[in-house]
Design a protein around this ligand. Structure first.
Ligand code: HEM
Ligand code: HEM
Length: 497
């Protein structure tokens, strides 16, 4: 009995894998539409008067960002937690009926809240705060889902057999606490329906409408403290959790330095929270806060590179695996893109560089080398590692996976390189002036120059989406093929675990 391997229950992990794929397709498809709308503005009105309201750039943009953040990325975080959590804590979800019920509740409430969010954004209901567009009824739903996730996570930790918490669990816990804190503080809002105006009117506005509890500069500060840390606790911390589990498992190599992983953990926790000011350089925010934002951004290179170098050194002496395995390729290139965007970000946070970069496409380029090259690659790699183990089937096609890797890598390179050129051109043209101080270019001049780069970005995005569809197909075919025993799977792959 003691020697029999534990039978883990992957029901919830599988459900979240499916939403990761579904929201990934929707979110990225909208991203591609947006990219082509920017290149060819006529596409905004292509559906005619009746539907153009729902499909123009401004209506679709928050749908893209929220679908990829709250749909694709969060589903990936949940899917991997329900897999990794059981394995590193040496306990099965099936051991507790309560945990299984919480897991299912977590999934279904999450789907309902996402559906309500999509509906409200299509309807044009928004607080207009970036990444925090949802109105208060949906915010309440998000909080309920998050509390249930927390109960399910800490419930599993509570009944664990393995007493020491593997580093990935630290990162998952930090994700839970970080997002809870950010979401609550930034979404403090007053439903206007329940307030009485100075003229004595009550019930102003629609029942779901609200205003932020903060005003002016304070509102901006809280918003970008949230926005930047959404990058920390959505796009960094849980993805590091994934790579610390999946890279050692897939490569059969122990993590290079456990101490370094802890050091960078505390570094990330401490430094990220103070860097949000870099989004508000040259604004009305007090100057010392802007400088603090810049300085903490530079310091952030240390813990970010600490994690990335740790991941890359895990492959020390085993580099031949990068050539041999498409899955290792995804993870190694993912860590490299992480290094890349965490060097680019601090450079953009230097005040004099930000004077050129802010409001330009260089920022959009920075965002997407991080999210496509790091977040997207790592989530897909994690699901690829999980699929044979949760469905008890061989991966359908390794060559399809390899082809996908190259197509998507080309897509990311086209995306960020076109946005770098576009952004720096834009920034330089906006500043150019003659000897009398008159601006050398009007806004429309920059728009004309940018057109080819926007088209190239569209093509890059399309390639990434095509690769994602190949991924979805590969997983679908894996799910629907003939089951094999887990033992057979392990002997088939010397690195299987
Ligand atoms: C050391 C780490 C990082 C630093 C210091 C940093 C710094 C910056 C700076 C200075 C901006 C531009 C602000 C502006 O002028 O508008 C920015 C924007 C952004 N970065 Fe980073 N970045 C880092 C890592 C990352 C990573 C790894 C990702 C994603 C995986 C990311 C995602 C974003 C996003 C989404 C925005 C755009 C926010 C917006 O304006 O909507 N960043 N970052
Ligand atoms: C097929 C892939 C994708 C394409 C073609 C694409 C395209 C776009 C476009 C055109 C924009 C608007 C840029 C603007 O307003 O100028 C955008 C914004 C954004 N996208 Fe994507 N996207 C893709 C995938 C993703 C993924 C997977 C994520 C996150 C996991 C993501 C996160 C974001 C964010 C955070 C922004 C806001 C950036 C900012 O405000 O600076 N995108 N995307």
């Amino acid at each position: 009995m003691e020697n029999r391997p534990l039978e883990y229950d992957y029901t919830i992990a599988k459900m979240f894998m499916l939403t990761t794929i579904a929201f990934g397709i929707v979110g990225m498809l909208i991203g591609v539409i947006l990219a082509f709308q920017l290149a060819f503005p006529g596409l905004n009105l292509i559906l005619g008067d009746g539907l153009a309201e729902y499909t123009n750039f401004s209506r679709l943009r928050p749908l893209h960002t929220d679908a990829v953040i709250f749909g694709f990325t969060l589903s990936g975080v949940f899917a991997t937690w329900y897999y990794v959590g059981q394995r590193v804590l040496k306990v099965s979800m099936a051991e507790s009926r309560l945990l299984m019920t919480l897991g299912k509740l977590h999934f279904w409430l999450y789907v309902i809240v996402v559906a309500a969010a999509v509906y409200s954004l299509f309807a044009g209901v928004t607080t207009s705060k970036e990444y925090a567009e949802f109105e208060w009824p949906i915010d309440v739903g998000v909080v309920v889902v998050w509390v249930i996730f927390g109960m399910s996570m800490f419930g599993l930790i509570g009944i664990r057999r393995e007493k020491s918490l593997y580093i990935s669990v630290w990162y998952y816990i930090a994700t839970f606490l970080g997002i809870a804190m950010l979401y609550l503080f930034n979404n403090m809002e007053i439903p206007t329906y329940f307030v009485t105006s100075p003229a004595g009117e009550s019930g102003i506005g629609a029942w779901y409408h609200s205003v932020s509890m903060y005003a002016g500069t304070n509102d901006a500060l809280v918003q970008w403290w949230y926005g930047h840390n959404a990058v920390a606790f959505g796009f960094t911390v849980p993805i590091v959790a994934m790579i610390y589990y999946f890279l050692p498992k897939e490569s059969g190599q122990a993590i290079y330095s456990y101490k370094l992983s802890l050091l960078s953990f505390w570094g990330l926790m401490f430094v990220y929270l103070w860097a949000g000011g870099h989004h508000l350089l040259y604004s009305t925010v007090p100057d010392w806060m802007q400088t603090m934002g810049s300085i903490f951004s530079i310091v952030l290179i240390l813990p970010s590179w600490g994690s990335a170098i740790n991941m890359l050194l895990t492959m020390k002496g085993e580099w031949q695996q990068v050539a041999a395995s498409p899955l290792i390729k995804f993870m190694v290139l993912g860590s490299t893109f992480y290094m890349f965007s965490t060097l680019e970000g601090p450079i953009q946070a230097i005040k004099s560089v930000n004077a050129i970069a802010h409001f330009t496409d260089w920022i959009v380029g920075h965002v997407h080398d991080g999210v496509l090259g790091w977040v997207g690659f790592m989530i897909m790699a994690s699901l690829y590692h999980m699929a044979p183990r949760v469905f008890k089937r061989e991966i359908y096609s390794k060559s399809l996976m390899a082809a996908q890797f190259w197509i998507q890598t080309l897509g990311v390179v086209l995306y960020f390189s076109s946005m770098w050129i576009a952004g720096i051109t834009q920034g330089m043209m906006w500043r150019a002036h003659d000897e009398f101080g008159n601006l050398a270019y009007s806004f429309i001049d920059t728009v004309t120059v940018l057109h080819p780069y926007y088209a190239i970005r569209g093509v890059g995005g399309l390639l990434y989406l095509v690769g994602f569809l190949m991924f979805a197909y590969n997983i679908y075919k894996t799910m629907s093929s003939r089951p094999v025993e887990e033992r057979e799977l392990q002997s088939a792959s010397p690195m299987g675990a």
